[in-house]
Design a protein. Structure first.
Length: 333
């Protein structure tokens, strides 16, 4: 295994954190990543008390290794955080808004605290608030994207801003080459989402997974506010699809004037009816127009070409990163 100070901070064997992809990551995948030496990360920021407790306990039944719960600070999270701490969740992963009001509560409850940022100034403020680990998310990332700076210039800027605090690189990383590059930039680990969309354990619709495997690095689009039903004002990156194309053809109109707005295009037992522009991830149990839904994916989709067990994905990334780093040795002479 490849150990860094992130591994020491989290008690893990490999510096890889699973991105908490809402509607896609379940305990099955998160536990597989944790059992393979990384950190599984559960997206539970919308869960009610029963779902939260049940999911955490299921995770504990599947792994004895560390894991995280991700809480989106665009919504009230104090009650969910309290439940997580009562359940003994070892790592809390905050996202989006300033986590300062809840950082001390999480630390007092015995949790390690991570926070995702999109710029160096936000990273510095997070550390001043008591955050233990900073996740620096580049613009290449899939799903909801906090900032507008690309991963390569962002990581060294954040590393310089936070001193000895471990920094995790997110955005555009899907293999060992990306991991080696992130470590060379000063990161202590990587945060990976898109590559795990092609894992055997992922809970997404087969049509969604197939599209991820077929796309090039040029086939994603960054959107300020298109798939915004249930979470407005949250920029995101998705695969181009018919919904995006129709909106662009109409001149990119604002909400209230967009093509097909309010139209029910799919349904599932968990979501019920799903309207166009909703943030609903195409889960495996969903029926309807899968292609028209938000197909969250990062620019690394261009190098994701096979479906593998999560443990094998982890092993491939770690070994390729180690090999790339070894091969750089002769260049230094």
């Amino acid at each position: 295994m490849m150990r860094t100070k992130l591994c020491d901070a989290l008690g893990i064997d490999a510096p890889i954190i699973l991105a908490p992809m809402g509607g896609a990551v379940t305990p099955k995948l998160a536990a597989a990543v944790s059992n393979a030496g990384g950190l599984g990360n559960l997206p539970l920021w919308r869960a009610d008390r029963q779902t939260l407790e049940t999911t955490i306990r299921k995770m504990r039944a599947l792994t004895s290794k560390p894991f995280a719960v991700n809480l989106n600070m665009d919504f009230p999270q104090e009650e969910r955080l309290s439940i997580c701490l009562n359940e003994g969740v070892p790592v809390i992963s905050f996202f989006w808004q300033d986590p300062s009001p809840l950082v001390q509560m999480a630390r007092d409850g015995g949790a390690i605290v991570m926070h995702t940022v999109g710029d160096a100034e936000s990273a510095k403020r997070s550390v001043e608030a008591g955050v233990d680990i900073v996740v620096a998310q580049g613009w290449e990332a899939g799903g909801h994207v906090r900032g507008t700076v690309a991963t390569m210039p962002l990581i060294p800027a954040v590393v310089d801003a936070v001193g000895e605090t471990p920094v995790v690189a997110a955005g555009g990383i899907a293999d060992g080459r990306g991991m080696a590059a992130a470590l060379a930039l000063g990161a202590s680990g990587v945060w990976i989402g898109t590559r795990f969309l092609a894992s055997e354990e992922i809970a997404i619709h087969p049509d969604y997974q197939g599209r991820v495997l077929a796309q090039a690095e040029t086939d994603t689009v960054y959107l300020e506010d298109l798939f915004d039903v249930h979470w407005p004002n949250a920029p995101h990156r998705v695969l181009r699809n018919s919904t995006v194309a129709a909106w662009e053809d109409a001149g990119r109109p604002p909400s209230g004037k967009r093509p097909g707005e309010g139209e029910v295009i799919a349904s599932s037992p968990s979501w019920g009816d799903i309207v166009r522009y909703a943030i609903a991830t195409p889960s495996a149990d969903l029926t309807g127009d899968i292609e028209a839904l938000p197909l969250w994916a990062g620019q690394s989709t261009g190098i994701v070409r096979s479906v593998e067990p999560a443990a094998k994905i982890m092993d491939q990334i770690i070994h390729e990163a180690a090999e790339r780093i070894r091969n750089l040795g002769p260049l230094a002479r």
